[in-house]
Every structure is written in C-alpha cells, then in structure tokens.
Design a protein around this ligand. Structure first.
Ligand code: NAG
Ligand code: NAG
Ligand code: NAG
Ligand code: NAG
Ligand code: NAG
Ligand code: NAG
Length: 480
C-alpha cells in the first residue's frame, strides 16, 4: 500500500472515529448546585452520547431531554417500591412518568428502572418483599398502556446479588446469593418473559477499596502476570470475571442467554488513595477500547455490551456512607469541565470530553481562614466541623487531593466549601471572626478551591442533608 493510500485510509479511520456504539452515561443530580438540565443535554449531544440513565423522572430533566432523541432509562426510587405494589399506583406512575412523555413529550424512553440496587446487603432486606411485585406491576402497566413492546422494566442490581463460593471463587461457579436465590430466579424468569435485560452495576474500584489484598492490576484492563484460571479460560481483569460470574448464575437457573446491561461502571477521582484521575483515565481507556471493538467477555465473546458509565458529573451532596469517593464519580467535574483525557471512540487518543457550555459561576471570590480576624483560634476545629457538616470536605481526607494542605490551608478549604454552597451569602464567610473573603485564588497545584455555579433560583436553600455527626467528628479528629 502506497504512503498516500495509507494516509487516506488513516484519515478515513479518523473521520469515522465515533462514539463507542451505544455508550450511555448515568446522570445523577444529588448536588447542591446541579448544572441546569438544558446545559447537560447539550453536553451529552456535544459529546455524541445517545443514552442516558437517570434516577427519577423529574419533569424538568424530562423536558430538557424532549426532542433530543437521546434514549432514556427513567427510574422509580427504592422508597416508592412499596407504593408500586398497588397496581393502580403503578398504572398511574406509568401514565404520569412514561406514557405522557412517550406519546406527547417526545422523550425516547427505553427502560424503566424499578428501584436502584434494592437488594444491597446494607439495606438489611428492606426491599426484598416489594421489588418483584413492583417490577411485575410496572411491566404490566407498560403493556396495558400499549408501550410494553418498546419500553421494558428492569431492576438495576449491585453485583453482590451473585457470587461464587469462597473456596472455589471462579466465574464458572457463580450463583445467585443464597439468601435471595429463589427471588432472583423468579425475577430473571420474569425478565426473560417480558423481553427485558438484566441490569447489573460492576465496580472494579470497589473490589480494590473493600479488599486491601486485591491485586491492583486485576482492576484494570492491561493484563496481569497472575490471571485467574477457570476451565481453560484466563481471567485477567475483574470486570470480565464479575460479568461471567453473573452469566454462570443465570446459566444455573436456565437463562444463560438473558441479555445483560451494565447499568453502572466507573472510577472516582478523589476521596481515596485509589480514587484519582490517573487511575480513572487508565480504567476508562481500557474499558472503552474493549467496548469499541465489541470484545465481549470470555463467556460471551465478540459481543456488544450496553454500558452506562457512572457517572457524568460529580455530586457533592451524595451520601458518603459507602466512602468519601462517592462524591467524585464524575467523568466531569461539578461544573461540567473534564478531569482527564477520555476518548469515547475507544481509540485511546489524548483528547478530552467537550466541556459544558454557558455555565454561569458565582463571582471570583473565595473564603479563607484568617488567624488575625479576632476570632478565638481554639474554636477553629468546631468551625471546620460546622462548615464540613453542610458542605463537601471529602477532598481533605487521607489520600485525597487537598490532604497535603497544612492546618491553616485545611481550615480555608472547609470555610470556602461552605461559603460556595451558601452562594456567598452574607455572613457565610465569618466563622466567628476566623474567616475572610478574598479575590485571590487559594488553589494549589493539587487542590482546587472551587467557585460554585450560580443557580437561577434566588432562594439560597440548603438541600444538604447533614452528614452523620459521628462520621464528621471521626473524620476531623483524623485531620487535626
Ligand atoms: C412522576 O411524576 C410525578 C408527576 O409528574 C412527579 O411528581 C414524580 O416526581 C415523578 N416520579 C419520579 C420518580 O420522578
Ligand atoms: C442495617 O443494620 C445495621 C446493623 O443492625 C444498622 O447499623 C444499619 O443502620 C441498618 N441499615 C438500614 C438501611 O436499615
Ligand atoms: C418479607 O416477608 C417475609 C415473609 O412474609 C417476612 O418474614 C419479612 O418480615 C418481610 N420483610 C420485610 C422487610 O417486610
Ligand atoms: C476560646 O475558646 C476556648 C474553647 O472553647 C475557651 O475555653 C476559651 O475561654 C476561649 N477564649 C476566649 C478568649 O474567649
Ligand atoms: C479549579 O476548577 C475550576 C473549575 O473546573 C477550573 O476552572 C480551574 O482551572 C481549577 N483550578 C485549578 C488550580 O486546578
Ligand atoms: C435464555 C432463555 O431461556 N430464553 C427464553 C426466554 O423466553 C422465551 C419465551 O418468551 C424463550 O423462547 C427463550 O428461550
């Protein structure tokens, strides 16, 4: 092949480099200052993202999606599952949150998520009895409304609904968790009957986080010198191993071919020593490459896998009960700015996502610790605890981006986070004489002192659920 033909071919390939087929993202809104839905929808379009999974069916979000042709998975939150056990309530929900948009609203709804990881062991079985009846009612209501052929109800489940025995932890030994195996069997048979996929959330980061002995390289896709051997198959990463454990669990109940969607997969960038931009970039780079060539997994090779990245944007009001990293899952920062290189075509090019456009910020003012402001220095710890109870200080923890600040810097960071959450409201930068406003950016090379997004609403309300007091005291006892 001549050089010019080669170049022409190269140019053609570059031109065709489009998004990984069918790639989706999770769009969560548990933020003190969520980006306006219109800006988010434009962001999705600018990046060629055609599928989105949301955690409710909020009408402002739905209106922003109308006419975009983006495929949507709407959701029923766990706390509404009980209500959906009543068929009339389910019919009403479908009418108000699905068919309305489907027939008149121009929103391309594809799935209804019934609950979100309702069988997590940490929920102590609270949703065990209500999830399956809700699933059946919602699918039946979709069928009754005449949209059941195109819109399917599914239950996004955490990967802890299946496992393999500890003494033989290979994917082929995968089974549904013993305490819920009958329930899971019923659910998957129902999914098969209705033509719906199984939706599973897979988190290699959590494997690493929860198990200090977990081999780091097994969390990524770059190979390992120590693969898991299973009936002649070599597993070199936990994503494949986890996905195939599910396939084995499905096989064991006679449904080895049930379609599977990965409802969430991703890597956080802060709040833990393994949650950082370098690892996130490495993880997504490996994942997107595989998805782009439809590599599949050893038990389902050469197949397209429908995947929703978790998540689109950081959420500073998420519960940190699972860990400080919870607020840093975004492939974009709170304001829609990229964090690291990411090539959604899966070709590993050194490019970044297209940032959010037309984002309005509060004025360039920060709040910092002022030792000469007349306040009582020995109360600074209490003031920090207060600031961090009502804002996000997770970047200060061990292994996080702002952990390297000195004690004064940490106080400034906490005060600024509170001041930003409060929209620079009067007296929100006082802390009994220990803080002062400044127009000089206190950010350091590693630690970003943010300026929040200007919200359109004038009521500076506080959607913040105060963190568990116990957690806050423990956290800050560690800092000081
Ligand atoms: C469903 O629609 C109703 C009415 O529009 C709305 O109040 C409710 O929040 C929606 N449900 C969810 C889960 O978003
Ligand atoms: C589950 O049980 C544990 C231990 O009894 C308790 O600490 C926790 O708060 C419970 N969680 C929920 C969601 O009820
Ligand atoms: C679920 O149902 C079982 C059997 O009827 C019952 O023993 C259990 O208490 C119920 N669980 C909840 C959380 O309601
Ligand atoms: C400063 O605060 C400490 C701790 O609350 C208190 O014991 C002390 O009396 C205060 N000092 C002044 C000058 O108010
Ligand atoms: C901090 O974040 C903002 C918003 O994303 C960005 O514009 C700025 O460059 C960052 N500053 C530093 C020092 O990283
Ligand atoms: C994998 C599997 O068993 N799929 C079944 C799902 O249900 C349909 C009937 O609705 C069967 O034809 C499939 O074989």
């Amino acid at each position: 092949m001549g050089v010019s033909r080669f170049l022409a071919l190269f140019a053609l390939v570059a031109l065709c480099s489009s998004l990984v087929e069918g790639l989706g993202v999770n769009w969560g809104t548990m933020a003190t200052h969520p980006l306006p839905p219109k800006i988010v929808v434009q962001l999705l379009k600018d990046n060629g993202i055609k599928k989105v999974k949301i955690f409710d069916a909020d009408s402002i979000t739905m209106s922003a999606l109308a006419g975009s042709d983006i495929e949507v998975m709407v959701a029923i939150p766990n706390n509404m599952l009980q209500i959906m056990n009543d068929y009339d309530a389910a019919k009403d929900w479908v009418k108000r949150n699905v068919t309305r948009y489907h027939f008149q609203g121009g929103v391309n709804i594809k799935y209804v998520a019934v609950g979100n990881e309702p069988f997590l062991a940490s929920y102590n079985g609270s949703f065990l009895n209500v999830t399956f009846p809700a699933l059946k009612n919602i699918q039946n209501a979709l069928n009754d409304a005449g949209v059941g052929d195109t819109i399917k109800a599914t239950v996004p489940l955490n990967a802890d609904v299946y496992n393999s025995p500890e003494d033989n932890s290979v994917p082929s030994a995968g089974r549904f968790r013993s305490d819920i195996s009958d329930l899971m069997t019923d659910i998957v048979h129902f999914l098969n009957q209705s033509g719906a996929p199984f939706t599973v959330n897979i988190y290699p980061f959590l494997s690493l986080y929860l198990n200090p002995n977990f081999p780091v390289e097994f969390a990524f896709f770059d190979g390992t010198s120590n693969p898991v051997l299973d009936n002649g198959i070599q597993y070199t990463n936990v994503f494949d191993a986890n996905f195939d454990t599910l396939i084995s669990a499905l096989k064991a109940v006679g449904l080895g071919n049930l379609p599977i969607i990965v409802g969430e997969v991703g890597w956080p960038t802060d709040g833990d020593r393994n949650g950082n931009a370098a690892y996130a970039e490495k993880f997504y780079n490996g994942l997107l490459k595989r998805l782009s060539v439809n590599q599949g997994t050893p038990l389902r090779p050469n197949q397209y896998i429908e995947v929703y990245l978790f998540s689109l944007i950081d959420e500073d009001a998420k519960s940190i009960a699972p860990g400080n990293f919870e607020r840093h899952w975004g492939i974009l920062k709170y304001d829609g700015q990229p964090k690291y290189n990411m090539d959604l075509s899966g070709q590993g090019q050194s490019i970044m996502l297209v940032p959010a456009k037309d984002v309005k910020y509060l004025p360039n003012k920060w709040c910092v610790f002022d030792p000469n402001g007349g306040g009582n220095i020995s109360t600074v710890g209490d003031q920090i605890t207060y600031a961090c109870t009502f804002s996000d200080c997770t970047a200060l923890g061990y292994g996080s981006t702002c952990n390297g600040l000195d004690a004064n810097g940490k106080a400034s960071y906490a005060f600024n986070m509170y001041y930003q959450v409060q929209n620079h409201r009067d007296l929100s930068c006082n802390f009994q004489g220990l803080a002062t406003e400044t127009t000089q950016d206190p950010s350091t090379a590693n630690c970003n002192f943010t300026i929040q997004i200007a919200t359109s609403s004038t009521s500076a309300f506080l959607p913040f659920v105060p963190l568990l007091t116990v957690f806050v005291s423990v956290f800050f006892a560690l800092l000081f």
